[in-house]
Design a protein around this ligand. Structure first.
Ligand SMILES: C[S@@+](CC[C@H](N)C(=O)[O-])C[C@H]1O[C@@H](n2cnc3c(N)ncnc32)[C@H](O)[C@@H]1O
Length: 209
């Protein structure tokens, strides 16, 4: 995310989508968050009002870009538990092994430099039995749209602050050793077609990775 993108993120980039159903999709994606919760790439904190009101004991938000993280401050009171903000990329989480019950991430693996490394880190910091809850725009299952995504990916990346529109995120989650328990494809409301395929679901860390 670049500086300009950070400045206009809530009002210009997200507002229309939020109002058209993205806020509800966030709430549904986060509904099973429990216990000690870590959110990766939390951006400006748009998920804070969407967490369940009960059952969360600790809420740690990581975000590597200061211009995004600064905007979390104004939303702290919307969270169901005290919020800690930590500047860190998902590929190098500064936490002990097995220290969270839930890890969440929304619209973030599209921007991570190394999604496989980020998923390894998510698996590492989850406690056995802990859940990774995700909402990510991904490569389409429809071949024609996937080809369009491939064609426009470099342009989109340059325009959209480093976002990759055609990642095979479900395959990456499965390859990480996390056990995908459920997933579904939906649509990113009011988004350009190349970023409209929206994957949500939950994966669990088993005892042995
Ligand atoms: C499209 S925004 C999504 C923000 C927020 N998760 C949301 O749902 O509104 C992508 C976010 O990923 C962050 N990001 C970029 N590279 C990252 C990385 N390597 N690790 C974690 N977050 C990263 C960006 O700074 C930005 O805040």
């Amino acid at each position: 995310m670049n500086r300009l993108g950070a400045m206009v993120y809530d009002r210009l980039v997200m507002q229309r989508s939020q109002d058209a159903g993205l806020a509800d999709l966030r709430r549904a994606a986060l509904a099973e968050a429990r216990g000690d919760v870590l959110e990766i790439g939390a951006g400006t904190g748009l998920n804070l009002p969407q967490y369940p009101r009960e059952g969360i004991t600790r809420l740690v938000l990581t975000e590597p870009h200061a211009a995004m993280a600064r905007q979390i401050e104004a939303k702290r009171d919307l969270a169901p538990a005290p919020v800690e903000v930590v500047a860190a990329p998902a590929e190098a989480l500064p936490f002990e092994d097995a220290s969270f019950d839930t890890v969440t991430g929304t619209l973030v693996l599209c921007e991570a430099d190394d999604p496989a490394r980020a998923l390894d880190e998510i698996a590492r910091v989850l406690r056995p039995g802990g859940r990774y809850l995700f909402l990510e725009h991904v490569r389409s299952d429809d071949l024609a749209l996937a080809r369009t995504q491939d064609r426009w990916a470099p342009v989109w990346k340059a325009l959209a602050g480093g976002c990759t529109c055609n990642r095979r995120t479900l395959a990456s989650i499965e390859a990480s050793g996390l056990d995908v328990q459920r997933h579904r494809m939906g649509r990113f409301p009011k988004a350009p077609k190349i970023v409209s395929p929206l994957l949500s679901g939950a994966a669990v860390r088993g005892d042995v990775l």
